[in-house]
Design a protein around this ligand. Sequence first.
Ligand code: PAF
Length: 291
Amino acid sequence: MPLDTTSHDVPVARTIFDMRELVARWHGAGEKVALVPTMGALHAGHLSLIRVAKDKGATKIIVSIFVNPTQFGPGEDYEAYPRTEASDAEKLVGQADLIFAPNAAEMYPTGYATAVSVSGVTNTLEGEARPTHFDGVATIVAKLLIAAQADCAVFGEKDYQQLLTIRQMARDLALPVEILGGPILREPDGLAMSSRNIYLTPGERAAAGKLNIILRETATAVTNGADISSATEKAKTRLLDLGFSQVDYLTVRDTETLAPIDAITKPARILVAAKIGKPRLLDNMAIEVKS
Ligand code: PAF
């Protein structure tokens, strides 16, 4: 039976077949279709990705909600990851035209045996801290992109290395989809929005709000000629002093390859992953070259 697209609620497709049928109808009617892949627990950052798609001319928006088991490592929060489909669906009224919310058996049916693995840009940072993570991300995103057959797909810059990985994968596999990045959305104190921020206690939340400030100050210092290694070491110490329990990396990298750099001679990126309380927070920002 075709999906009911007439009610006030956003229709939900549980199968690739149902989603494809609707997308084929949309394409037949000349619509430009965007996919916004998410793991749910939607916040304003996700909704901003929908705006990016609309600004780029998308006329139909699919938001996928799937907590992808293969991108979580042993001991990570797969089981505990917030699953809030009913409230997510409410947030998407008037924003999206379809929710794709498959179960694990739809995406990884019995006998599933394929993985997509991107090398190069994944060999560092998150790839070192979470060795199986990007294979899981590349595999599910490839499957979602092929399943949805959308014209474009939007990913947040908060997961900057993920965005570069997906761009590489889409390029290498010649997937007929435009990959768009959406700027990081921040809370009033500058903390990058994330579904995992709900794990922070009030004290941790206050300290977490300083992460972006320290990152920005370090970015400004290196733009102005400070030694990158001493500036990043100083920033790590400040985070530990604030109550962060672990800084996996705080580093300045080439903006395209994520290779380490020791001087700002072309556009670069400062990236951090640091643990406070339960969550591991990620943030990053551009470092401009001083002309
Ligand atoms: O960024 C996320 O929420 C996930 O990694 C993604 C892209 C939806 C793949 O599961």
